[in-house]
Design a binder for this molecule. Sequence first.
Ligand code: 13P
Length: 253
Amino acid sequence: MRKKIIAGNWKMNILPSETEALVKAVAEATKDYAGKVDIVCCTPAIDVPAAVNAAKGTAVEIGAENCHWKASGAYTGEISTGMLLDAGAKYVIIGHSERRQYFGETDETVNLRSRAAIAAGLTAIVCVGETLEEREAGKLNEVIDRQMKLGLKDYTVADCEKLVIAYEPVWAIGTGKTATPDQAQEVHALIRAILVELFGSETAETVRIQYGGSMKPSNAAELLAKKDIDGGLIGGAALKAEDFAGIIAAAAQ
Ligand code: 13P
């Protein structure tokens, strides 16, 4: 049985001065599910220290939203894995569609960043997902296959212990349009099949695959009931502790 993992992606929201209150509210609202579901808040890098501090002694774990693949050097504006670890982060989101769309992230940089994160001891949440145009052009399978195989190039079976995949159809992010549970399950099964091809079925069965895209308390239960949906990567609903807790409650069922 794969343990469900619900992670908030705060994106570019929440000030450092607002961080403690939100993390503490999440911890309080989800304390009944501690140990039953992995609960993660991925925050802007500048919020990580306050988030880690606020999460001490609770079941909430903290992650970031990106990292660079080099340990240090002349990379203005980037954050290293060592910096995230030093600040107490345990997770990092890699290759979110917003980074692919607006910041030139490619499958190759997703591979570099995620392998560096895992080598450093972070858990990488690697995002994949198609745009509406790609889906309508019948390219869904091709896009997912490419993102998975290039994104996970040179991964070992051992690396998969620190890997979570997030399937986020781009057309469902922040739009209020959720993939139906059947639509999501179909792609999750495809992702699982690619993991089998890459790493064998024993390893593929252990990797958790999150769904992301307008997941909220009202639709979480039916999505999370699907065989290959092992959690959620939550945007908007992660910014309100009650909503986030509602999704975690559904995951604990
Ligand atoms: P929403 O939950 O706001 O649709 O965002 C999903 C997402 O992009 C999480 O990474």
